[in-house]
Design a protein around this ligand. Sequence first.
Ligand code: FES
Length: 110
Amino acid sequence: MEDYNIQVTVVDRDGTENTLTVPTDVNLSLMEILKASDYEILATCGGMALCATCHIEVIAGLDQLTAASDQELDMLDTLPNADEQSRLACQLHLQPQNNGMKIKIKGALQ
Ligand code: FES
């Protein structure tokens, strides 16, 4: 059986770094996985790409992600601290090719 678990390194707001084992055969967004792993993410819009509180910076593995939709890009445009490595975690569903990616949590806490 193929192994659908991948490793994702997460840097928290305080610089703490942890590596998560993330299943890719479940229909969860990266935002939902981070919340389930006890990271503090408001996700006030529930994953609709409307609040940007799930903002992350992709430190490694950006090229392996699916391209952002216009709605995601529009939302990221509203953030003062977004750059070309920014994504909304609620719009990302990780696949086996995302193994080894590294992200930093940047979403606002209010
Ligand atoms: S949870 Fe609101 S934009 Fe991602």
